[in-house]
Design a protein around this ligand. Structure first.
Ligand code: TYD
Length: 205
């Protein structure tokens, strides 16, 4: 089993329907074939706060944006402390399906100051090594998760996701990769695999 000189945190982000979970699971499988130990976590997590988020999200707009923000941050604190931190301390690869970029984008698109959300999160999160932002147009993302035919009913949701997508565009940095996820999944997977593998190779003992 290849040993790493440090833990590596790889984050998948993007609006709904971009194929984030599929790509995250695929990368996990590829890395496992290379005998790496890879853990997969997601946010909202399975903490008590994450459970509340998942229950509430079925009732539309049952929470104010501020209440949502508070719950996502509480959930993230537990995920960082209980899951990410121990795994990274053991020098494992951690794949994380959504992180605080989602909070900046989704709760930011509901009117909370994105910069304030960023600062609040960066005060306690572990900085990711790589961030893949899977980009799809809002209407395509919605089509992928809901099927065709009811687009008029989804107008509000589409408008919201358009704002979320804009906020995802605004993230820049040398560890942040904007991936065109409107291409076939295997092409997307190849891009991601290449970037991840090159990065990881650098930290193999
Ligand atoms: P998602 O990853 O789509 O979960 P599932 O695979 O169960 O559908 O996340 C659920 C929703 O939560 C998604 O619409 C994005 C939203 N979300 C936020 O609004 N803020 C956040 O901080 C996070 C992590 C997710």
């Amino acid at each position: 089993m290849p040993k790493l000189t440090k833990g590596i945190l790889i984050v998948f982000e993007g609006i709904d329907g971009g194929g984030k979970t599929t790509q995250a699971r695929h990368l996990q499988a590829i890395l496992k074939e290379g005998e790496f130990e890879v853990l997969y976590f997601r946010e909202p997590s399975d903490s008590r706060w994450g459970k509340i988020i998942r229950e509430k999200s079925v009732e539309e707009d049952s929470l104010t944006p501020q209440e949502e923000l508070d719950l996502f941050v509480k959930d993230r604190r537990e995920n960082v402390a209980n899951n990410l931190s121990p795994a990274l301390a053991e020098k494992r690869i951690v794949i994380l399906d959504r992180y605080y970029f989602s909070t900046i984008a989704y709760q930011g698109a509901k009117g909370i100051d994105p910069e304030a959300i960023r600062m609040m999160n960066e005060s306690f999160v572990i900085a990711p090594d790589l961030v893949f932002i899977l980009d799809v147009k809002a209407d395509l993302g919605l089509e992928r998760i809901q099927g065709r035919g009811q687009r008029d009913l989804l107008f509000e949701r589409e408008d919201y996701l358009r704002k979320v997508r804009e906020l995802f565009f605004s993230f820049q940095g040398e560890h942040i990769f904007h991936i065109d996820a409107m291409r076939p999944p295997d092409v997307v997977a190849e891009d991601i695999g290449q970037i991840a593998q090159d990065y990881i190779d650098f930290f193999v003992e």
